[in-house]
Design a protein around this ligand. Structure first.
Ligand SMILES: Nc1ncnc2c1ncn2[C@@H]1O[C@H](COP(=O)(O)OP(=O)(O)OP(=O)(O)O)[C@@H](O)[C@H]1O
Ligand code: SF4
Ligand SMILES: [Mg+2]
Length: 382
């Protein structure tokens, strides 16, 4: 990804969670006004607290009975700061997309809170909820299936104005869509074309234009470039960075590719089996990981340079990822962790700065959910 632009470093050293300053709005008008008020750069805009999503497992056809639950997300807390990109990484099935859907309110949380500008959006309704839906948008993974093949690009992007006519009155919609096409680097004259007339990268640009249509403040990006050719990925990432600066956007950026996440993110959270294992700035996580799971993930990234590969420790994880319907007691990673001890089966490790690094001026002093967090030399290419 060498051809990508350099990212803004100004978001480093923000804490993971800060105190929530809740906003109690007396009327719906006041709630909407508070939700539309700007947040200063570097202040928390979204604060997630103890977020849980359990999908019930049922048995029986006529009389359904719950026999368990898939603990897809099991108590996650983090802040998203205005203007930053928070990357989320983790193996398939660890709950990344479920977090995205909860934030978008496409799924209802089992418990926990999501504060957007101090108001818990899981409890909002009416015009206040509509304001949140306008301000938090999503860009999906697959530009092939997320765009309706029977609709023109103009209709796909403009459709959202039917629900939010206040953003673009009827007579102004065509021009607004053309402006959006221009902003994402597509020819505005393509407005009447259909998705199949575009390449994968162009389709993702259309998906981004749709995400931008309502002038949102936050964009949740769930694997936005994973379905694209490597050569096109960099162009789309560059576009997203340019738009972030231009429109003052905050991104939650979910992806498998550790190098892409490092490139675009100010901070990175590593998820494992429904929990956050470690979170910190990109440098803290990539160059000074203290959680064994992060160390293993990074050591699995191929290193092209034979010299730096030499003497490198490669951690091979044994065993499969346990089922989220029946996660291990204590630390969820313990069944695959080479450092596990009795304590790991008995006590759930909390996500916190490890005691040994507290107050130390070291990049290892970031939050890690491990009883025995320590640095390990892992050479990696990400
Ligand atoms: N609607 C659902 N009903 C039951 N289980 C679900 C549902 N949606 C997700 N899950 C389960 O929740 C867990 C987390 O899924 P999720 O899609 O959030 O993972 P992910 O990290 O996004 O994975 P991937 O990297 O493959 O996209 C998985 O075990 C998945 O099977
Ligand atoms: S708490 Fe124990 S099992 Fe979990 S990551 Fe740390 S050492 Fe490994
Ligand atoms: Mg997913």
């Amino acid at each position: 990804m060498a051809e990508l632009d350099k990212k803004d470093e100004s978001m480093d050293a923000t804490p993971n969670v800060t105190e929530v300053e809740t906003v109690e709005a007396a009327t719906e008008e006041a709630a909407v006004a508070a939700l539309d008020a700007p947040v200063e750069r570097g202040e928390p805009i979204l604060q997630v607290r103890n977020l849980v999503k359990h999908f019930p497992l049922t048995q029986g056809i006529l009389f359904k009975r719950q026999i368990g639950a898939v603990k897809a997300v099991d108590g996650i807390s983090f802040d998203l700061y205005q203007g930053e990109t928070l990357g989320i990484v983790g193996e398939s099935g660890c709950g990344k997309s479920t977090v995205a859907k909860l934030l978008m309110m496409l799924e209802k949380a089992t418990s926990g809170e999501i504060f957007y500008k101090g108001q818990d959006i899981t409890k909002l309704s009416g015009r206040a909820l509509k304001a949140v839906r306008r301000n938090i948008q999503m860009v999906f993974q697959d530009p092939y299936t997320s765009l309706n093949p029977r609709m023109t690009v103009g209709d796909i992007i403009g459709e959202t104005f039917e629900i939010h006519p206040e953003v673009a009155p009827k007579g102004d919609r065509r021009r607004k869509v053309q402006d959006l096409l221009d902003v994402v680097g597509l020819n505005p004259e393509y407005i009447n074309r259909y998705p199949h007339q575009f390449s994968g990268g162009q389709r993702q640009r259309i998906g981004i234009a749709r995400g931008l249509a309502l002038n949102p403040e936050i964009i949740i990006c769930d694997e936005p470039v994973s379905a694209l050719d490597v050569s096109v990925q960099a162009q789309v990432i560059n576009l997203m960075e340019k738009l972030q600066n231009e429109f003052n956007l905050s991104y939650l950026f979910i992806a498998h590719d550790l190098s892409i996440v490092r490139h675009i993110s100010d901070r990175v959270g590593v998820m494992y089996l429904g929990k956050m294992a470690e979170i910190g700035t990109d440098t803290e996580i990539y160059d000074h990981p203290t959680h064994p799971y992060t160390q293993a993930l990074l050591s699995a990234v191929p290193v092209p340079d034979p010299e730096s590969r030499e003497g490198r420790e490669r951690i091979i994880l044994t065993g499969d990822v346990p089922s989220p319907a029946n996660p291990p007691s204590g630390c969820r990673f313990r069944t695959r962790c080479w450092k596990a001890e009795d304590k790991c089966a008995q006590e759930v490790p909390l996500l916190a700065v490890p005691e040994r690094f507290k107050g130390e001026d070291t990049p290892a002093a970031h939050e890690s959910a491990c009883h025995f967090a320590e640095e390990k030399d892992v050479v990696h290419a990400a």
